[in-house]
Design a protein around this ligand. Structure first.
Ligand code: MG
Length: 382
């Protein structure tokens, strides 16, 4: 299929930080995707979670299955808009690589610990993982990904961080937009997590169908399912409703975005990159309904008593790990200790904190719990 004129095109793209010979039988974005899949950080996504803690149950989403769902939704949208599917897939699979253990709680805690040292931003950390921390290629640093892939991974970024990052951070200072592939992957992420949080929330019995019927988007589709099938099993009601919501969101996004693309008449990725607003959007009505859903999840799921208690414990673990390593970096594995010494030579305490944050952020949920026990329980020998 021919790409749209405003699609990313690896043959004309800005390329890699260290130039490499062409990828041959693969597109450059396929090569990026392959490097991401073969990274250690990608394998660790299996044991990291967003809302729940990894050991809470095998049926809940992990960051790995979330990333696969994002890739699936993003590719569907990309193909329909004739954008570059491979680029969307690469961005999707890498977008959460920098996440800490314990989801939002871990992220907040690490950001809090890092406040005196420039803060911790998970999007910037995802970029740091692919640019620096995955360090196993002989000829370049990190995974040496394409500019377009790196741009998509850096979804959000503070102005201070943007200044540090140079070229890749520029758009946050200029307030311009990334490629359409990056924009749509961002939306696919949102569609994926809102819907799987409903699904996992119901499954964990933290939410009920009745409660969810306060949300217009949910009630409309749930009514449709009940009208059509009568009283089917709650598991089927749940899934039939959620698949309809996802389909509505994707269809609406496609329609509204296609209309915006036609209306603005952009004809190249460069033109897209000069705009100050994204072109990949929901219609105003669905945007409002989607925000209502997000608000609902914030109030009823992310702040649910049971989730809250888990989050407080998770934060304590992250804080205690951070403080212990900060006080004595020698407690970290030798590679991180060496990195701490190296960064410290350049940046002082900020450098040491950066190495500690890299170590803590890289942990899976279960590794963090285990490491905490190893450090603080004197009965553990190793
Ligand atoms: Mg995500």
């Amino acid at each position: 299929m021919e790409l749209a004129p405003y699609a990313a095109d690896d043959r004309k793209a800005r390329g890699r930080r260290t130039p490499e010979p062409s990828a041959g039988h693969r597109s450059e974005y396929q090569r990026d995707r392959d490097r991401i899949i073969h990274s250690a950080a990608f394998r660790r996504l299996e044991y990291k979670t967003q809302v729940f803690v990894n050991h809470e149950g095998d049926l809940f989403r992990t960051r790995l299955t979330h990333s696969v769902e994002v890739a699936q939704i993003a590719r569907t949208i990309a193909r329909s808009l004739r954008l570059h599917e491979d680029l969307c897939e690469a961005i999707s699979l890498a977008h959460d690589l920098g996440h800490t253990p314990f989801g939002h709680a871990g992220q907040d805690a690490l950001n809090h610990c890092m406040r005196p040292y420039g803060g911790f931003e998970h999007n910037a950390q995802s970029l740091r993982v692919v640019d620096e921390l995955e360090d196993k290629y002989a000829e370049f640093r990190g995974l040496n990904l394409m500019f377009d892939t790196r741009e998509g991974i850096l979804k959000h970024c503070s102005a201070a961080r943007a200044r540090e990052l140079g070229e890749i951070g520029e758009r946050f200072l200029q307030r311009t937009q990334p490629s359409l592939e990056a924009q749509l992957t961002n939306r696919a992420d949102e569609i994926a997590y809102n819907n799987h949080d409903i699904d996992d929330g119901l499954r964990a019995r933290l939410l009920t169908l009745d409660q969810l019927r306060e949300v217009d988007l949910f009630r409309r589709h749930h009514d449709e399912v009940v009208d059509r099938y009568g009283q089917i099993h709650p598991k089927q009601q749940r899934h039939e409703t959620i698949r309809r919501i996802i389909n509505t969101l994707v269809t609406d996004l496609l329609g509204a975005s296609q209309a915006a693309l036609t209306q603005t008449g952009v004809d190249s990725i460069e033109a897209v990159r000069t705009l100050d607003k994204p072109l990949i959007n929901f219609s105003p009505q669905i945007q409002t309904e989607n925000e209502q859903l997000k608000r609902f999840l914030r109030e009823h799921l992310y702040r649910h008593h049971q989730v809250y208690r888990m989050m407080v414990k998770a934060k304590r673990v992250v804080h205690e790990l951070f403080d212990a390593f900060m006080q004595d970096p020698r407690l970290m594995p030798p590679d991180f200790f060496t990195a701490a010494r190296r960064y410290e030579a350049d940046l002082g305490e900020i450098g040491r904190a950066r190495a500690v944050a890299d170590y803590v952020a890289g942990m899976t949920d279960r590794y963090a719990l285990d490491e905490h026990e190893r450090l603080f329980d004197p009965r553990r020998l190793r």
